[in-house]
Design a binder for this molecule. Structure first.
Ligand SMILES: C[S@@+](CC[C@H](N)C(=O)[O-])C[C@H]1O[C@@H](n2cnc3c(N)ncnc32)[C@H](O)[C@@H]1O
Length: 419
Protein backbone atom coordinates (compact mmCIF):
# COMPACT_ATOMS: atom_id res chain seq x y z
CA UNK A 1 0.00 0.00 0.00
CA UNK A 2 1.23 3.47 -0.73
CA UNK A 3 2.71 5.55 2.04
CA UNK A 4 2.09 8.82 0.14
CA UNK A 5 -0.07 10.19 2.90
CA UNK A 6 2.58 9.64 5.49
CA UNK A 7 5.13 12.35 6.10
CA UNK A 8 8.39 11.41 4.39
CA UNK A 9 10.33 12.40 7.47
CA UNK A 10 8.78 9.53 9.39
CA UNK A 11 9.67 6.65 7.12
CA UNK A 12 13.40 6.30 6.64
CA UNK A 13 13.99 2.73 5.56
CA UNK A 14 13.89 -0.73 7.01
CA UNK A 15 15.92 -1.81 10.01
CA UNK A 16 17.44 -5.27 10.61
CA UNK A 17 14.19 -6.55 11.99
CA UNK A 18 12.38 -5.61 8.77
CA UNK A 19 10.37 -2.78 10.28
CA UNK A 20 10.73 0.77 9.08
CA UNK A 21 13.39 2.64 11.00
CA UNK A 22 11.67 5.56 12.65
CA UNK A 23 11.94 6.22 16.32
CA UNK A 24 13.12 3.95 19.05
CA UNK A 25 10.71 1.10 19.66
CA UNK A 26 10.61 2.09 23.33
CA UNK A 27 8.81 5.31 22.40
CA UNK A 28 6.61 3.65 19.82
CA UNK A 29 4.83 1.39 22.29
CA UNK A 30 3.66 4.38 24.34
CA UNK A 31 1.18 7.17 23.51
CA UNK A 32 3.79 9.95 24.04
CA UNK A 33 4.12 10.91 20.38
CA UNK A 34 0.36 10.85 19.78
CA UNK A 35 0.01 13.85 22.09
CA UNK A 36 1.52 16.03 19.36
CA UNK A 37 -0.21 14.62 16.28
CA UNK A 38 -3.49 16.05 14.97
CA UNK A 39 -6.56 13.93 15.81
CA UNK A 40 -4.48 11.29 17.65
CA UNK A 41 -4.19 13.83 20.48
CA UNK A 42 -7.94 14.22 20.92
CA UNK A 43 -8.17 11.79 23.81
CA UNK A 44 -5.54 11.13 26.42
CA UNK A 45 -5.80 7.34 26.51
CA UNK A 46 -3.04 6.11 28.80
CA UNK A 47 -2.79 2.64 27.32
CA UNK A 48 -2.35 3.51 23.65
CA UNK A 49 0.59 2.73 21.44
CA UNK A 50 1.78 5.29 18.90
CA UNK A 51 0.58 6.09 15.42
CA UNK A 52 4.13 5.61 14.15
CA UNK A 53 4.24 2.04 15.41
CA UNK A 54 1.18 1.19 13.33
CA UNK A 55 2.57 3.01 10.28
CA UNK A 56 5.84 1.18 10.74
CA UNK A 57 4.19 -2.23 10.84
CA UNK A 58 1.78 -1.48 7.98
CA UNK A 59 4.65 -0.21 5.81
CA UNK A 60 6.49 -3.49 6.29
CA UNK A 61 3.53 -5.46 4.92
CA UNK A 62 2.46 -5.75 1.35
CA UNK A 63 -1.14 -4.71 1.73
CA UNK A 64 -3.47 -3.77 -1.11
CA UNK A 65 -6.48 -1.53 -1.46
CA UNK A 66 -9.50 -3.28 0.03
CA UNK A 67 -7.47 -5.26 2.58
CA UNK A 68 -8.86 -5.05 6.10
CA UNK A 69 -6.81 -4.13 9.18
CA UNK A 70 -8.38 -5.22 12.47
CA UNK A 71 -7.77 -4.13 16.06
CA UNK A 72 -9.83 -6.28 18.44
CA UNK A 73 -8.83 -4.15 21.49
CA UNK A 74 -9.01 -0.80 19.72
CA UNK A 75 -8.81 1.51 22.78
CA UNK A 76 -8.52 5.06 21.43
CA UNK A 77 -8.51 3.92 17.79
CA UNK A 78 -4.80 4.35 16.98
CA UNK A 79 -4.67 1.37 14.60
CA UNK A 80 -7.83 2.45 12.82
CA UNK A 81 -6.77 6.04 12.23
CA UNK A 82 -3.24 5.11 11.12
CA UNK A 83 -4.72 2.54 8.70
CA UNK A 84 -6.96 5.21 7.25
CA UNK A 85 -3.93 7.45 6.74
CA UNK A 86 -2.52 4.65 4.61
CA UNK A 87 -5.79 4.29 2.69
CA UNK A 88 -6.59 0.93 4.30
CA UNK A 89 -9.97 -0.23 5.56
CA UNK A 90 -10.03 -0.87 9.29
CA UNK A 91 -12.33 -2.42 11.86
CA UNK A 92 -11.92 -2.02 15.59
CA UNK A 93 -13.71 -3.54 18.53
CA UNK A 94 -13.62 -2.93 22.25
CA UNK A 95 -15.82 -3.76 25.23
CA UNK A 96 -15.68 -0.23 26.61
CA UNK A 97 -18.26 2.14 25.09
CA UNK A 98 -15.84 5.03 25.69
CA UNK A 99 -13.37 3.43 23.26
CA UNK A 100 -16.02 3.08 20.59
CA UNK A 101 -17.05 6.74 20.87
CA UNK A 102 -13.43 7.95 20.81
CA UNK A 103 -12.38 5.68 17.93
CA UNK A 104 -15.39 6.51 15.79
CA UNK A 105 -15.10 10.25 16.50
CA UNK A 106 -11.60 10.10 14.99
CA UNK A 107 -12.89 8.36 11.88
CA UNK A 108 -15.59 10.86 10.95
CA UNK A 109 -15.69 13.70 8.43
CA UNK A 110 -17.21 16.91 9.74
CA UNK A 111 -18.29 20.33 8.57
CA UNK A 112 -16.19 22.88 10.41
CA UNK A 113 -18.90 25.55 10.24
CA UNK A 114 -21.55 23.15 11.58
CA UNK A 115 -19.31 22.09 14.49
CA UNK A 116 -18.45 25.73 15.30
CA UNK A 117 -22.12 26.70 15.25
CA UNK A 118 -23.06 23.85 17.60
CA UNK A 119 -20.20 24.70 19.92
CA UNK A 120 -21.34 28.33 20.16
CA UNK A 121 -24.90 27.19 20.89
CA UNK A 122 -23.85 24.83 23.66
CA UNK A 123 -21.25 27.02 25.34
CA UNK A 124 -23.51 30.09 25.34
CA UNK A 125 -26.17 28.33 27.43
CA UNK A 126 -26.61 30.11 30.77
CA UNK A 127 -25.20 28.11 33.69
CA UNK A 128 -27.52 27.00 36.48
CA UNK A 129 -27.65 29.47 39.32
CA UNK A 130 -25.72 28.59 42.47
CA UNK A 131 -28.68 27.42 44.54
CA UNK A 132 -29.86 25.05 41.76
CA UNK A 133 -26.28 23.81 41.29
CA UNK A 134 -25.90 23.27 45.03
CA UNK A 135 -29.10 21.28 45.24
CA UNK A 136 -27.85 18.61 42.76
CA UNK A 137 -27.42 15.29 44.55
CA UNK A 138 -25.15 12.84 42.76
CA UNK A 139 -22.50 10.36 43.98
CA UNK A 140 -19.91 11.81 41.56
CA UNK A 141 -20.43 15.44 42.54
CA UNK A 142 -17.63 15.18 45.10
CA UNK A 143 -15.08 14.87 42.26
CA UNK A 144 -15.80 18.45 41.09
CA UNK A 145 -15.73 21.94 42.55
CA UNK A 146 -19.21 22.96 43.76
CA UNK A 147 -21.39 24.31 40.88
CA UNK A 148 -19.07 22.81 38.22
CA UNK A 149 -20.77 19.43 38.36
CA UNK A 150 -24.13 21.02 37.53
CA UNK A 151 -22.51 22.75 34.57
CA UNK A 152 -21.10 19.45 33.35
CA UNK A 153 -24.57 17.88 33.52
CA UNK A 154 -26.07 20.84 31.64
CA UNK A 155 -23.50 20.59 28.84
CA UNK A 156 -23.83 16.82 28.68
CA UNK A 157 -27.61 16.91 28.40
CA UNK A 158 -27.34 19.38 25.54
CA UNK A 159 -24.70 17.29 23.81
CA UNK A 160 -26.94 14.24 24.15
CA UNK A 161 -29.73 16.16 22.42
CA UNK A 162 -27.69 16.54 19.22
CA UNK A 163 -29.54 14.49 16.64
CA UNK A 164 -26.70 13.67 14.27
CA UNK A 165 -24.98 10.65 15.85
CA UNK A 166 -21.50 11.45 14.51
CA UNK A 167 -21.65 15.06 15.70
CA UNK A 168 -23.06 13.98 19.07
CA UNK A 169 -20.26 11.46 19.57
CA UNK A 170 -17.62 14.04 18.69
CA UNK A 171 -18.98 16.48 21.28
CA UNK A 172 -19.41 13.75 23.88
CA UNK A 173 -15.80 12.65 23.39
CA UNK A 174 -14.61 16.25 23.82
CA UNK A 175 -16.70 16.73 26.94
CA UNK A 176 -15.48 13.49 28.50
CA UNK A 177 -11.88 14.32 27.62
CA UNK A 178 -12.32 17.57 29.57
CA UNK A 179 -12.96 15.60 32.78
CA UNK A 180 -9.24 15.16 33.25
CA UNK A 181 -8.73 18.93 33.68
CA UNK A 182 -12.06 19.67 35.32
CA UNK A 183 -12.21 17.06 38.09
CA UNK A 184 -10.27 16.38 41.29
CA UNK A 185 -8.87 13.17 39.81
CA UNK A 186 -5.68 11.88 38.26
CA UNK A 187 -5.16 8.70 36.29
CA UNK A 188 -2.31 7.00 38.01
CA UNK A 189 -1.19 3.73 36.41
CA UNK A 190 -3.85 1.25 37.40
CA UNK A 191 -5.96 3.70 39.39
CA UNK A 192 -8.07 6.80 39.29
CA UNK A 193 -6.79 8.82 42.23
CA UNK A 194 -8.72 11.52 44.01
CA UNK A 195 -6.56 14.67 44.27
CA UNK A 196 -8.45 17.11 46.42
CA UNK A 197 -5.94 19.96 46.26
CA UNK A 198 -5.78 19.90 42.45
CA UNK A 199 -6.24 23.19 40.57
CA UNK A 200 -9.05 22.39 38.14
CA UNK A 201 -10.33 24.21 35.08
CA UNK A 202 -13.99 25.21 34.81
CA UNK A 203 -15.77 22.45 32.84
CA UNK A 204 -16.89 24.87 30.14
CA UNK A 205 -13.38 26.21 29.64
CA UNK A 206 -11.82 22.73 29.52
CA UNK A 207 -14.50 21.58 27.07
CA UNK A 208 -14.12 24.65 24.82
CA UNK A 209 -10.33 24.20 24.73
CA UNK A 210 -10.73 20.58 23.65
CA UNK A 211 -13.22 21.59 20.98
CA UNK A 212 -10.84 24.28 19.68
CA UNK A 213 -8.16 21.62 19.18
CA UNK A 214 -10.69 19.46 17.36
CA UNK A 215 -11.71 22.36 15.10
CA UNK A 216 -8.07 23.05 14.23
CA UNK A 217 -7.54 19.37 13.35
CA UNK A 218 -10.63 18.95 11.16
CA UNK A 219 -8.82 19.75 7.87
CA UNK A 220 -6.32 16.95 8.64
CA UNK A 221 -9.16 14.53 9.25
CA UNK A 222 -11.29 15.65 6.32
CA UNK A 223 -8.34 15.23 3.94
CA UNK A 224 -7.69 11.60 4.82
CA UNK A 225 -8.53 8.95 2.23
CA UNK A 226 -12.18 7.94 2.26
CA UNK A 227 -12.14 4.29 3.27
CA UNK A 228 -14.54 2.27 5.32
CA UNK A 229 -13.33 2.29 8.94
CA UNK A 230 -15.31 1.95 12.13
CA UNK A 231 -15.28 0.58 15.66
CA UNK A 232 -17.93 -1.67 17.19
CA UNK A 233 -18.76 -2.66 20.74
CA UNK A 234 -17.74 -6.28 20.82
CA UNK A 235 -15.62 -8.83 22.65
CA UNK A 236 -12.19 -9.67 21.25
CA UNK A 237 -12.84 -13.30 22.18
CA UNK A 238 -16.01 -13.46 20.00
CA UNK A 239 -15.62 -10.88 17.26
CA UNK A 240 -18.47 -11.84 14.96
CA UNK A 241 -16.17 -11.16 11.97
CA UNK A 242 -16.20 -13.48 8.99
CA UNK A 243 -13.70 -16.35 8.83
CA UNK A 244 -10.57 -15.57 6.73
CA UNK A 245 -11.70 -11.96 6.21
CA UNK A 246 -8.88 -9.90 7.74
CA UNK A 247 -5.46 -9.16 6.19
CA UNK A 248 -3.66 -8.08 9.34
CA UNK A 249 -4.26 -7.48 13.03
CA UNK A 250 -2.37 -4.85 15.01
CA UNK A 251 -3.39 -4.81 18.62
CA UNK A 252 -2.53 -4.58 22.27
CA UNK A 253 -4.58 -6.58 24.77
CA UNK A 254 -4.80 -5.61 28.44
CA UNK A 255 -1.58 -6.76 30.13
CA UNK A 256 -1.73 -9.19 33.08
CA UNK A 257 -0.97 -6.30 35.44
CA UNK A 258 -4.29 -5.91 37.27
CA UNK A 259 -5.20 -2.65 35.48
CA UNK A 260 -8.95 -2.37 35.45
CA UNK A 261 -10.14 -0.01 32.70
CA UNK A 262 -13.56 0.35 34.34
CA UNK A 263 -11.84 1.93 37.34
CA UNK A 264 -9.37 4.05 35.38
CA UNK A 265 -12.19 5.43 33.17
CA UNK A 266 -14.77 5.34 35.95
CA UNK A 267 -15.82 8.99 35.63
CA UNK A 268 -16.11 8.87 31.84
CA UNK A 269 -18.11 5.64 31.89
CA UNK A 270 -20.46 6.72 34.68
CA UNK A 271 -21.05 10.20 33.27
CA UNK A 272 -21.15 9.36 29.58
CA UNK A 273 -22.71 5.93 29.27
CA UNK A 274 -24.10 4.21 32.33
CA UNK A 275 -27.16 4.73 34.47
CA UNK A 276 -25.86 3.25 37.70
CA UNK A 277 -23.05 1.40 39.38
CA UNK A 278 -24.39 -2.07 38.51
CA UNK A 279 -23.72 -1.33 34.80
CA UNK A 280 -20.08 -0.64 35.44
CA UNK A 281 -19.76 -3.76 37.57
CA UNK A 282 -21.28 -5.84 34.82
CA UNK A 283 -18.67 -4.50 32.37
CA UNK A 284 -15.86 -5.02 34.91
CA UNK A 285 -16.80 -8.70 35.28
CA UNK A 286 -16.80 -9.42 31.55
CA UNK A 287 -13.54 -7.72 30.53
CA UNK A 288 -10.47 -9.77 29.58
CA UNK A 289 -9.21 -11.43 32.79
CA UNK A 290 -6.33 -9.02 33.43
CA UNK A 291 -7.62 -7.90 36.83
CA UNK A 292 -8.93 -9.79 39.84
CA UNK A 293 -12.60 -8.87 39.50
CA UNK A 294 -12.97 -10.08 35.92
CA UNK A 295 -14.83 -13.40 35.64
CA UNK A 296 -14.74 -16.35 33.31
CA UNK A 297 -17.07 -15.61 30.39
CA UNK A 298 -16.04 -18.21 27.79
CA UNK A 299 -14.86 -21.81 28.21
CA UNK A 300 -11.32 -22.34 26.90
CA UNK A 301 -12.30 -25.59 25.20
CA UNK A 302 -9.22 -27.50 24.04
CA UNK A 303 -6.75 -25.34 25.98
CA UNK A 304 -3.70 -27.01 27.43
CA UNK A 305 -1.95 -24.80 29.94
CA UNK A 306 1.76 -24.51 29.05
CA UNK A 307 3.96 -26.41 31.55
CA UNK A 308 6.03 -23.24 32.06
CA UNK A 309 2.91 -21.39 33.20
CA UNK A 310 1.97 -24.18 35.63
CA UNK A 311 5.41 -23.86 37.25
CA UNK A 312 5.15 -20.08 37.44
CA UNK A 313 1.71 -20.30 39.06
CA UNK A 314 3.03 -22.77 41.64
CA UNK A 315 5.89 -20.42 42.50
CA UNK A 316 3.63 -17.39 42.79
CA UNK A 317 1.21 -19.37 44.92
CA UNK A 318 4.03 -20.04 47.38
CA UNK A 319 4.72 -16.31 47.80
CA UNK A 320 3.34 -13.78 50.18
CA UNK A 321 0.78 -11.94 47.99
CA UNK A 322 -1.34 -8.86 48.73
CA UNK A 323 -4.28 -10.62 47.05
CA UNK A 324 -4.32 -14.41 46.61
CA UNK A 325 -6.82 -14.11 43.76
CA UNK A 326 -4.00 -13.07 41.43
CA UNK A 327 -3.04 -16.73 40.91
CA UNK A 328 -6.50 -17.51 39.55
CA UNK A 329 -6.45 -14.25 37.57
CA UNK A 330 -3.16 -15.06 35.81
CA UNK A 331 -4.41 -18.54 35.02
CA UNK A 332 -7.64 -17.03 33.63
CA UNK A 333 -5.68 -14.42 31.70
CA UNK A 334 -3.96 -17.08 29.59
CA UNK A 335 -7.19 -19.02 29.12
CA UNK A 336 -8.67 -15.82 27.69
CA UNK A 337 -5.52 -15.33 25.61
CA UNK A 338 -6.04 -18.81 24.14
CA UNK A 339 -9.69 -18.04 23.28
CA UNK A 340 -8.61 -14.71 21.75
CA UNK A 341 -5.80 -16.31 19.71
CA UNK A 342 -8.14 -18.96 18.36
CA UNK A 343 -10.62 -16.28 17.36
CA UNK A 344 -7.99 -14.16 15.61
CA UNK A 345 -6.64 -17.26 13.84
CA UNK A 346 -10.14 -17.87 12.54
CA UNK A 347 -10.72 -14.32 11.22
CA UNK A 348 -7.28 -13.85 9.64
CA UNK A 349 -6.95 -14.85 6.02
CA UNK A 350 -4.36 -17.37 4.88
CA UNK A 351 -0.90 -15.73 5.07
CA UNK A 352 -2.30 -12.90 7.22
CA UNK A 353 -0.24 -11.51 10.08
CA UNK A 354 -0.96 -10.43 13.62
CA UNK A 355 1.20 -8.03 15.66
CA UNK A 356 0.57 -8.01 19.39
CA UNK A 357 2.13 -5.51 21.77
CA UNK A 358 2.21 -7.04 25.23
CA UNK A 359 4.02 -6.40 28.51
CA UNK A 360 5.25 -8.95 31.04
CA UNK A 361 4.31 -8.70 34.70
CA UNK A 362 5.64 -9.75 38.11
CA UNK A 363 3.90 -11.10 41.18
CA UNK A 364 5.62 -11.89 44.46
CA UNK A 365 8.94 -11.30 42.69
CA UNK A 366 8.16 -13.98 40.08
CA UNK A 367 8.15 -13.01 36.40
CA UNK A 368 5.07 -13.73 34.30
CA UNK A 369 6.50 -13.67 30.75
CA UNK A 370 3.25 -12.78 29.02
CA UNK A 371 5.00 -12.28 25.66
CA UNK A 372 6.64 -15.69 25.53
CA UNK A 373 3.58 -17.47 26.90
CA UNK A 374 1.37 -15.75 24.32
CA UNK A 375 3.80 -16.82 21.58
CA UNK A 376 3.65 -20.40 22.91
CA UNK A 377 -0.15 -20.50 23.06
CA UNK A 378 -0.32 -18.86 19.61
CA UNK A 379 1.83 -21.67 18.22
CA UNK A 380 -0.53 -24.20 19.82
CA UNK A 381 -3.52 -22.71 18.01
CA UNK A 382 -1.71 -22.89 14.65
CA UNK A 383 0.18 -19.59 14.26
CA UNK A 384 3.81 -19.36 13.20
CA UNK A 385 5.79 -16.95 15.34
CA UNK A 386 7.83 -14.80 12.95
CA UNK A 387 9.45 -12.51 15.47
CA UNK A 388 9.46 -11.46 19.10
CA UNK A 389 10.95 -7.99 19.37
CA UNK A 390 11.65 -6.39 22.71
CA UNK A 391 10.46 -2.77 22.64
CA UNK A 392 11.50 -1.74 26.13
CA UNK A 393 11.98 -2.77 29.74
CA UNK A 394 9.57 -1.39 32.28
CA UNK A 395 10.51 -1.03 35.94
CA UNK A 396 8.62 -2.83 38.70
CA UNK A 397 6.18 -1.08 41.03
CA UNK A 398 7.54 0.78 44.08
CA UNK A 399 6.01 -1.90 46.39
CA UNK A 400 7.70 -4.71 44.45
CA UNK A 401 10.95 -2.75 44.24
CA UNK A 402 11.00 -2.30 48.01
CA UNK A 403 10.56 -6.03 48.54
CA UNK A 404 12.48 -7.65 45.69
CA UNK A 405 14.85 -4.96 44.42
CA UNK A 406 14.83 -3.25 41.03
CA UNK A 407 13.86 -5.65 38.25
CA UNK A 408 12.35 -4.88 34.90
CA UNK A 409 9.69 -6.52 32.77
CA UNK A 410 9.96 -6.42 28.99
CA UNK A 411 7.27 -5.15 26.68
CA UNK A 412 7.39 -7.10 23.41
CA UNK A 413 5.96 -7.02 19.93
CA UNK A 414 5.04 -10.50 18.80
CA UNK A 415 4.48 -11.06 15.10
CA UNK A 416 2.44 -14.11 14.12
CA UNK A 417 1.56 -15.44 10.69
CA UNK A 418 -1.29 -17.75 9.74
CA UNK A 419 0.45 -20.09 7.30
C1 LIG B 1 -4.08 -1.70 25.88
S1 LIG B 1 -5.67 -1.07 25.54
C2 LIG B 1 -5.61 -0.87 23.78
C3 LIG B 1 -5.06 0.47 23.39
C4 LIG B 1 -5.05 0.72 21.88
N1 LIG B 1 -4.07 -0.13 21.22
C5 LIG B 1 -4.70 2.19 21.56
O1 LIG B 1 -3.72 2.48 20.90
O2 LIG B 1 -5.46 3.07 22.04
C6 LIG B 1 -6.68 -2.50 25.80
C7 LIG B 1 -8.17 -2.29 25.48
O3 LIG B 1 -8.80 -3.57 25.63
C8 LIG B 1 -10.15 -3.35 25.99
N2 LIG B 1 -10.70 -4.65 26.44
C9 LIG B 1 -10.58 -5.30 27.62
N3 LIG B 1 -11.18 -6.49 27.58
C10 LIG B 1 -11.72 -6.61 26.33
C11 LIG B 1 -12.42 -7.63 25.64
N4 LIG B 1 -12.72 -8.79 26.23
N5 LIG B 1 -12.77 -7.44 24.35
C12 LIG B 1 -12.48 -6.26 23.71
N6 LIG B 1 -11.81 -5.25 24.32
C13 LIG B 1 -11.43 -5.43 25.60
C14 LIG B 1 -10.05 -2.24 27.01
O4 LIG B 1 -11.29 -1.58 27.12
C15 LIG B 1 -8.95 -1.35 26.40
O5 LIG B 1 -9.51 -0.33 25.62
Amino acid sequence: MSTDNVSASILKGKNDAGYWEMDSLAKLVTPIQNKHIPVYKWYNFKHSFSRNLVLSILSSLNLKEGDIVFDPFCGAGTTLLASREMGLKAIGSDLMPLSIIVSNAKLGKYSKSEISRRLREITSLPSKNKSVADSVIHPLKKYFPPTEFADFLLLRDNVMDIENVKTRNLFLMALLSALEDASFTKKDGAFLREVNNKVTKPVRKAFSERMEIILQDLPFLNNLPTVDSYAILSDARRTGLKTDSVATIITSPPYPNRHDYTRIYYLELMLGFFQDYSDIKELRYKMFRSHVEARKVYEPTGYEQPAALTQILEKINGRDLPNRKVVETIQGYFEDMYIFLRETYRVLRHDGTMHIIIGDARYGGIAVPAGKLTARIGTNVGFTVERIQKARDRGNSPQQMGKFGKVSSPENIISFRKI
